[in-house]
Design a protein around this ligand. Structure first.
Ligand code: G16
Length: 541
């Protein structure tokens, strides 16, 4: 029996975001998660009748409860089948894969990504479409519009299902299938990479350390790295997903994965170190004594991808988000393939991948992926690195040095100012926009501005235009600073300042030293201290 529950529109979802990300306490309000799930289902119209929906999450606090609610709502809304990961677990890239393999209409991925979890932290729900990727703007706009006018949500009277037992059960006439969270994904990885070569390297003494950050990649990494590739037990650290990620911030950067970083800089470090985030789509790559920036990782993976079976035939194109360094563009140029510059957010890559225009994509925020799914994929990046290291016999440092010697080096850093009052952050951006036209020709900290603009993107596949995607200031000589506000925070505003300097011949300098002038110029141009009251960024990555 379908039950109609009256509700009121009270979600304050940021327009243009591909999901809803809020504090757990906000999600725990009556009808809150239900309002969003119903808004998604309503946006799908009649299309959903008789279709399959995939549901899974990163195991954070509230994951299981919201999955049970969503299963009952899916039954009431006409879906024929729900496929759910065992224990409610599916990493974001694994969910993308299941959606594609099962021919599902879409999927609900329950995660707040790299944000902390627990009763006082964050929760989130995002909707992915049938290609396995984040919903595009026309779908998220429809969802957002529904959240503003919703008056009822639909459910069926049914008990919670047992999420831990594999197999099929029926809920309100709909079939629910609980699947192994890891199996399909592990098989996909095995089809892309030369597992035998990596295994031989491991047998030959190659070692690694993987920090799963008590988040979703633990079971995936244990199965693939330890069981299938033969790395020693204990290679995967923090391998059990915990509802609060063990109190840690599951963001694989140098601040939150400091323990791994310190280990990799020690004289007895393993050959390779890596980490992934809350929902498994981001990655951190560190060789013994050598951290690889995500922008460099994208370029190095693209330059060496032909060493892995899946990419031996070459790449169709390389796409990067605008704030990501231009290192990947140089690789595309040398390979004679197109380079695309998109706004921040993985959804913009989906169209390029679907159209067969790009094969590898990446963002400076530690997301890298390819056309094997429609999400960024943390373990995929780790395995491509392992394949390249095994096939070339080089170290991470060796790959990096060879790469810079060929292409030059893009020194790069991102400065985040977190929890800034929204009005102050908005004022900073408004002031910047107001003076864009006057910047060219002006000199700041010894650097002369060549061009300045507010990045707009025309999607080459459907000509849709996305405006106001971040302020770009390019200096003479090729250095650059980009200013944008985060779209994923849950309290206050986060100002991100992206700093980049290219050098063809200075390949072994320290990044802070190389970026010092650009950092000073960025503050002069945007008045960061004056607007935010901060003299230092909270996080430097
Ligand atoms: C941040 C990153 C983006 C990334 C987004 C979503 O967005 O800067 O590059 O696409 O998170 O990442 P995830 O899927 O891991 O949540 P923002 O708007 O906070 O800069």
């Amino acid at each position: 029996m379908i039950k109609t529950v009256a509700t009121e529109p009270y979600l304050d979802q940021k327009p243009g975001t591909s999901g809803l990300r809020k504090k757990v306490r906000v999600f725990q309000q009556p009808h809150y998660a239900e309002n969003f799930v119903q808004s998604v289902f309503d946006a799908l119209g009649d299309e959903k009748t008789g279709q399959t929906l995939v549901i899974g999450g990163d195991g954070r606090f509230l994951n299981r409860e919201v999955i049970q609610v969503a299963i009952r709502m899916a039954a009431a809304n006409g879906f024929a089948r729900v496929v759910v990961g065992q224990g409610g677990i599916l990493s974001t890239p694994a969910a993308s894969n299941v959606i594609r393999q099962r021919g599902a209409l879409g999927g609900l991925v329950l995660s707040a990504s790299h944000n902390p979890g627990g009763p006082d932290e964050d929760f989130g729900i995002k909707y992915n479409i049938s290609n396995g990727g984040p919903a595009p703007e026309k779908v998220t706009d429809a969802i957002h519009a529904n959240t503003k006018s919703i008056s009822r949500w639909l459910t069926v009277e049914a008990d919670d299902i047992n999420l831990d037992t594999l197999g099929e059960v029926t809920v309100g006439g709909m079939t629910v299938e609980v699947i192994d969270s890891v199996a399909d994904y592990a098989a996909l990885m095995e089809s892309l990479f030369d597992f035998a070569a990596i295994k031989r390297a491991v047998e030959g003494g190659f070692t690694m350390s993987f920090d799963a950050m008590s988040a979703v990649t633990g079971p995936y990494a244990t199965e693939i790295l330890e069981k299938r590739l033969g790395f020693a037990p204990g290679t995967v650290k923090n391998g059990t997903p915990l509802p609060d990620f063990g109190g840690h911030h599951p963001d694989p950067n140098l601040v939150h994965a400091k323990e791994l970083y310190d280990r990799m800089m020690a004289p007895d470090a393993p050959d390779f170190g890596a980490a992934s985030d809350g929902d498994g789509d981001r990655n951190l790559i560190i060789g013994r004594g050598r951290f690889i920036t995500p922008s460099d990782s994208l370029a190095m993976l693209a330059a060496n991808a032909h060493l892995a079976p899946a990419y031996a035939g070459g790449l169709k194109g390389i796409a990067r988000s605008m704030p990501t360094s231009a290192a990947a563009d140089r690789v595309a140029e040398k390979l004679g393939i197109p380079a695309y510059e998109t706004p921040t957010g993985w959804k913009f890559f989906g169209n390029l991948l679907d159209a067969g225009m790009a094969t590898i994509c990446g963002e400076e925020s530690a997301g890298t992926g390819s056309d094997h799914v429609r999400e960024k994929d943390g373990l995929w990046a780790v395995l491509l690195w392992l394949n390249i290291l095994a096939a070339s016999g080089k170290s991470v440092d060796g790959i990096a040095r060879d790469h810079w010697a060929t292409y030059g080096r893009n020194y790069y850093a991102r400065h985040d100012y977190e929890g800034v009052e929204s009005e102050r952050a908005d004022a900073l951006m408004a002031d910047l926009r107001a003076k864009l036209l006057t910047l060219p020709g002006e000199t700041f900290a010894g650097l002369t501005v060549e061009t300045a603009d507010d990045f707009a993107y025309t999607d080459p596949t459907d000509q849709s235009v996305s405006r106001n995607q971040g302020i770009r200031v390019l200096f003479q000589g090729g250095s650059r600073v980009v200013f944008r506000l985060s779209g994923t925070g849950t309290s206050g505003a986060t100002l991100r300042v992206y700093l980049e300097r290219y050098s063809a011949d200075q390949l072994d300098r320290e990044t802070p030293e190389m970026l010092a002038d650009i950092i000073a110029a960025a503050d002069e141009i945007a008045g960061i201290t004056q607007h935010t009251g901060r003299t230092e960024p909270d996080v430097v990555t």
